[in-house]
Design a protein around this ligand. Structure first.
Ligand code: SAH
Length: 272
């Protein structure tokens, strides 16, 4: 996998968020910083007495990345982004000690933050699309299912601009808060029905969905740029479950490929 790991303006913007974007080396030079303390800091709470878990988050993230690498994730920009974004900041502080395990975790309203290996796999698949292979970044990105905003933070490091849509207002608000409550730089969080995509900023070089339906919404295909790639969980009747579907828009038309079996929350219609 070639290309710059931290393209464009986002790393600078993300440096101001939740401690994401800081080079791991900087963090490693600091004294051990308990996760709870970091989460409080990111949430804008006063420093207070550290009461956390005694783990340095850069170290545990590096360990998570090493596991993903050992499990076959070979896309360097994705691994570097995963090493930079503080996943524990995006989950409830009571779950922060599980943030770097390869597990999905509840984020409220019966929704979950996807497990790191699945996030890594989806982002690595996006990077294998024609545009990303040519440019070394994900370009203009559309994410459906912001949830707590973790994957949006990764996408902001990997793309040039990101629109992320969430249908549940409380989660949209939570993501705004987790991402410092600002629509900084090229990361735009939208409360809406992601099945409609987001026409004002179309077309997109990369489209990724974190919720799965019975079929791909037509709007996503319409909003996919030439050379662009879409990765989404879709129910596959033949396999009797959800499967990652990859769609490329090539000059001769749309090319679809089915990949791994997955288990995402359902893609629902409307907003709430
Ligand atoms: N990427 C997220 C994962 C969130 S889980 C993260 O990093 O945390 C998937 C999310 O998709 C849920 O929050 C769910 O509410 C949302 N979702 C489901 N259907 C949707 C739709 N039609 N439009 C936008 N969001 C949707």
């Amino acid at each position: 996998m070639k290309g710059p790991a931290r393209p464009g303006r986002f790393p600078l913007a993300l440096d101001r968020l939740a401690g994401a974007g800081k080079p791991a080396s900087t963090e490693l030079l600091r004294p051990q910083r308990p996760l709870q303390h970091a989460a409080d800091h990111a949430a804008g709470k006063s420093a207070g007495v550290p009461q956390g878990l005694g783990l340095d988050s850069a170290t545990v993230r590096a360990r998570m990345v090493a596991r993903l690498r050992a499990d076959g994730i070979a896309c360097e920009p994705v691994l570097q982004a995963l090493a930079q974004v503080d996943r524990h900041v995006f989950v409830d502080s009571a779950l922060a000690n599980q943030a770097y395990e390869d597990t999905s975790l509840p984020i409220g309203l019966s929704q979950t933050i996807s497990k790191p290996s699945v996030v890594a796999r989806m982002l690595a698949l996006l990077f294998e699309g024609e545009s990303a292979r040519t440019t070394g970044h994900l370009g203009r990105v559309l994410e459906i299912g912001t949830g707590c905003g973790y994957q949006a933070a990764l996408l902001a490091l990997l793309g040039r601009s990101v629109v992320s849509i969430e249908r549940l207002k409380p989660l949209h608000d939570k993501a705004l808060h987790n991402l410092d409550g600002r629509r900084h730089g090229g990361l735009r969080l939208v409360h809406g029905d992601g099945r409609l995509g987001h026409a004002p900023r179309a077309p997109y070089d990369s489209i990724v969905a974190a919720a799965g339906g019975d079929e791909l919404p037509e709007a996503w295909l319409e909003q996919l740029a030439l050379g662009g790639r879409l990765v989404a969980p879709v129910h596959d009747a033949a396999r009797g479950g959800q499967v990652l579907l990859v769609v490329d828009r090539q000059p001769q038309g749309l090319v679809r490929r089915w990949h791994d079996a997955v288990h995402f929350v359902p893609l629902k219609s409307g907003t709430a």
